[in-house]
Design a protein around this ligand. Structure first.
Ligand code: MN
Length: 755
């Protein structure tokens, strides 16, 4: 069909390009009708994009044609993908709908085009909602990785033609490419595509630095070639002698990777570029396994050059998650004078090389060939990766930006291989801790982890794991995940599980607290009105109902005093439950001080006490106290007898002191006190502390703060006690906990301030 809107010249160019594409597709068109399907897709796209030009002036249809070509040639995708890539902009940019595509082609093709349309609308938005939708899109797309691969091909072509875009758009598109598409390509094993995407982004984002590195590479290339040729000569000789069919090449580092290293390590071009690497790609002989042949070549090379055993990388027995297989070794080339040079030698079979350069799609290509047994383990790896990504993507609590960061990191992080006690292999990102490992085994194991035996030696759950570690997680039912754990895990799964637990735990506590509260209110026959909450929330140090319920549910506070609290006008007057008596001079009879003078002032409703607790030293029942009669209000402020503030007052207004004050009837009440702690940090310290205090002594903790540094921790606990006896008892028990070095009662808050 001759579409209107194309000039004769354009028609010719388009037809040529399409014929070239068809020729390339010969290899993949295995079923009858495949070529016809591709042709129909092309014709629909051509018609739909009719009259539209790209910024470069080319007819728009040249873009989908180029993307389809990349899919076949560079990624190795099949017929459906070619069809979808030809149609990838049709629904987004023209009047055709998904229903049209579905009827004209198939529901499968329509769903691929749908995915492609969604990604592009997701990545072109500017807000964080964009990330949110990008996440959703990726999640659905993971069911069909081909859609992501086509999207990468689309991005690659756009990057190749980016020069026709205005500068600010170039920067935006390049950053996005560098941040998302290059890592995605890497993770999917598209090494060459990833390198090209990076180099192109780099070129548009930093044109000057790009040009500088390019020119430096050009001027040193002669020397480098000479060195590599000299290095290769004896290897070539030896491998030929034993009849190996191979190619050897000096590997050229990409411009971007040189720049990135310079920037990351703060080193000059020369130091980065002085790292040499060569690659040996061999065609395996039948019968002998590829693996064995790799090791054979390794032996031959290390017969010539001394190798560094620390730098041997065996990606053959343990392929990378993206499918990469190879043997890497680093050997020393002695210099006639001065220092020798390290050269990295990569050994790969043709199949391994294909996977290394073209990634996942090559997996599929090789998957059904007879000698493909070795590939299956990489397929499993890839499935594992997909599963992890899916878990990370479906995380409901991460905010959009966190998610994107996590996702992006999960694309690039390198891996360590660790073992279960039974010798089963687990792969984790570098930097993973015992906790990450525990959660990788199962979220239930993670949640109960208390430590581990790493290579038969005790380790903390926070300890970082290393390649080859054998890890046996120790669990305990007494353990629960805490917020602190989040600082010691890096895997998405662990983070997610811990966050979920904390959220659920808090929710459970809120529900439990609510029930406890309602039951108690019922018993007392009180309706929990807003007025009730206004009184109790501050009294329990809670900012809102949820916090109150959650503290109550976690047994951090008790309702023992609720009646007294409700009887008061405000929370502050909680302190007034403390009653005092003053011993008469003649010691005749203990009696409460008269208070009539004050009732008039404060209103009949008010407490009958005329005592206030000094805020500077907050004495508790049992403390030796002295009163100070405020000359203005006439109220007696009760200080600890040794309070520096009181000493000051006594010095100035000695006549206002009221001695002989004693505590009375305080048994029912709880008072807030602060204990300061110091000791040697160890796992389970917090657990022991809280067990001693709330478990054995049944005292309520209001707040517990710990800071640990260099194996030492410091902190304080504020808790409710009924009297000094109680407090001393707690302190005595805490002193007996292993690792605790110092336990002191915080005596006087204002001393510090005044000092
Ligand atoms: Mn496109």
């Amino acid at each position: 069909m001759a579409a209107m809107g194309y000039s004769a010249e354009d028609e010719l160019m388009i037809t040529r390009e399409f014929e070239e594409l068809l020729a390339r597709c010969k290899r993949i068109c295995k079923r009858e009708g495949d070529e016809e399907l591709i042709t129909r897709a092309f014709e629909l796209a051509k018609l739909a994009h009719k009259g539209v030009k790209r910024r470069s002036g080319e007819p728009y249809i040249m873009h989908p044609l180029a993307v389809a070509r990349i899919c076949v040639d560079e990624i190795g995708l099949g017929v459906k993908s070619v069809v979808a890539s030809l149609l990838h902009d049709v629904v987004e940019d023209t009047d055709y709908t998904l229903t049209d595509i579905s009827t004209m082609f198939s529901p499968k093709i329509a769903s691929m085009v749908d995915g492609l349309t969604k990604i592009s609308s997701a990545t072109s938005a500017e807000t964080s909602e964009q990330i949110e939708s990008f996440r959703k899109v990726l999640l659905t797309l993971l069911d069909d990785v081909r859609v992501i691969l086509i999207k990468i091909a689309d991005r690659l072509h756009n990057m190749r033609t980016l020069s026709s875009m205005p500068p600010e758009k170039r920067i935006r598109i390049s950053s996005e490419t560098l941040y998302l598409f290059a890592p995605l390509a890497y993770r999917l094993g598209l090494y060459l595509v990833k390198t090209e995407l990076e180099d192109l982004s780099f070129r548009y984002m930093h044109p000057d630095q790009y040009a500088e590195i390019e020119s430096k590479i050009a001027t040193t290339s002669g020397q480098r070639k000479e060195f590599i040729d000299r290095f290769n000569a004896p290897i070539i000789e030896k491998l030929r002698a034993v009849g190996i069919d191979f190619e050897i090449s000096g590997r050229v580092k990409s411009t971007y990777s040189i720049w990135n290293k310079m920037r990351q390590k703060q080193i000059p071009f020369e130091e980065v570029y002085d790292v040499f690497a060569v690659r040996i790609v061999f065609r395996p002989t039948p019968i002998v396994p590829e693996k064995t042949q790799c090791w054979h070549i390794y032996e031959l090379v290390t017969d010539i050059y001394a190798s560094n055993p620390d730098r041997l990388r065996d990606w053959i027995n343990n392929p990378k998650t993206n499918g990469y297989e190879a043997l890497h070794t680093t050997v020393m080339v002695p210099a006639e004078e001065g220092e020798g040079t390290w050269v990295e030698v990569q050994i790969r079979s043709e199949r391994m090389n294909d996977i290394a350069e073209h990634g996942l799609a090559s997996h599929w290509k090789h998957k059904y060939t007879p000698e493909s047994v070795a590939v299956s383990s990489s397929d499993i790896n890839f499935d594992v990766w997909l599963k992890n990504i899916r878990e990370a993507l479906s995380s409901p609590t991460d905010n959009a930006v966190d998610f994107l960061d996590n996702f992006q990191r999960s694309l690039y992080t390198s891996e360590i291989v660790v073992f279960t006690p039974k010798g089963e292999i687990r792969k984790l990102p570098t930097g993973s801790t015992v906790l990450d490992f525990a959660y990788d085994i199962h979220s239930k194991v993670g949640a109960k982890a208390i430590g581990a035996k790493v290579n038969h030696t005790m380790a903390s759950i926070y300890d970082e794991l290393h390649n080859g570690d054998q890890v046996d997680v120790l669990t305990s039912d007494g353990v629960n995940p805490t917020k602190e754990w989040l600082d010691h895990v890096i895997t998405a799964k662990a983070k997610q599980s811990i966050k979920n637990f904390i959220k659920r735990y808090r929710q459970n506590n809120i529900e439990r607290g609510m029930t406890l509260f309602e039951t108690r209110m019922n018993e007392l026959g009180i309706k929990p009105s807003a007025r009730v909450f206004r009184k109790i929330l501050p009294a329990y140090g809670s900012r809102n109902k949820d916090e109150f319920y959650s503290k109550l549910g976690a047994d951090l506070i008790s309702l023992d005093n609720i009646q007294e609290i409700l009887r008061q006008n405000s929370a502050k007057k909680l302190l007034k439950f403390w009653t005092f008596f003053v011993k008469g001079k003649d010691d005749e009879e203990e009696q409460d001080l008269p208070f009539d003078d004050f009732n008039a002032k404060e209103g009949a409703d008010d407490s009958k006490s005329q005592f206030d607790i000094a805020e500077c030293c907050t004495p508790i029942p049992g403390d030796t106290v002295t009163g100070y009669k405020d000359p203005e209000t006439g109220r007696i402020i009760v200080h600890k007898t040794n309070c520096p503030e009181l000493t000051k007052l006594a010095a100035q207004h000695g006549k206002n002191l009221v001695g002989n004050i004693h505590w009375s009837s305080y048994k029912e009440m709880s008072y807030l006190s602060i204990i300061e702690l110091q000791g040697i940090d160890r796992i389970g310290m917090l657990l022991d502390l809280s067990q001693v205090i709330t478990g054995q002594l049944n005292i309520n903790i209001r707040e517990l703060k710990m800071q640990s540094h260099d194996g030492i921790f410091e902190g304080y606990i504020s808790l409710y006690v009924t009297c000094v006896e109680d407090l001393n008892n707690v302190m005595e028990k805490i002193k007996q906990i292993k690792g605790i070095e110092r336990v002191t009662r915080r005596e006087n808050e204002t001393t510090e301030n005044n000092g």
